[in-house]
Design a protein around this ligand. Sequence first.
Ligand SMILES: Nc1ncnc2c1ncn2[C@@H]1O[C@H](COP(=O)(O)OP(=O)(O)OP(=O)(O)O)[C@@H](O)[C@H]1O
Ligand SMILES: O=C(O)C1=C[C@@H](O)[C@@H](O)[C@H](O)C1
Ligand SMILES: [Mg+2]
Length: 170
Amino acid sequence: MRIFLVGFMGCGKTTLGRKLASRLSVPFTDLDKVFEEVTGKTVPLYFKEFGEDAFRKAERDVLQTSDFPDDVVIATGGGAPCYYNNMDWMNANGFTVYISLSPAALAKRLETADEERPVLRDHKGTALVEFIAEKLKEREPFYKQAHLIAEGISLSAEKLASAIALHQLR
Ligand SMILES: Nc1ncnc2c1ncn2[C@@H]1O[C@H](COP(=O)(O)OP(=O)(O)OP(=O)(O)O)[C@@H](O)[C@H]1O
Ligand SMILES: O=C(O)C1=C[C@@H](O)[C@@H](O)[C@H](O)C1
Ligand SMILES: [Mg+2]
């Protein structure tokens, strides 16, 4: 099965995705990493050089033209589901899981975010929680189109694997 993990920055897509892939004995891929391989630039550098609109277009092209294996876990970029028809495309081309976490829990994990996450730059403390809450309000309608919604607090790869298996049986 091709599993796309979606959700806000810091919800645990990369951390959990790696463990889930290992548990399912399938490869793990991170869309931000594929982006860097295809474009030859890191995401923060691409943002800096070409701006966010160009990044979103390039990200869509990378997502929708990548030759993903049939069995794989893919951690997507935090904004990827919310631009163009990416969420529909993922839903049509795999099984999607939204890892859901509150703004406060996300902020706690992202407080130390640096130049790795250009979207969050310059937001700290309570301003960070408010910024995340705003952005999440815009993004959740997309994230919530996922086949499965998993509560991200104390979520383990084991729990996630069981929830996916159960969903497949429905
Ligand atoms: N279950 C967890 N409990 C506490 N902290 C966690 C958990 N999972 C991940 N983290 C921490 O939260 C931060 C973000 O996790 P991770 O990089 O996996 O998120 P992400 O969804 O891939 O984010 P991004 O979209 O920015 O790539 C990391 O510092 C990670 O160590
Ligand atoms: O949430 C976002 O908009 C982003 C998340 C990261 O995964 C990267 O794709 C990039 O930094 C943008
Ligand atoms: Mg990640």
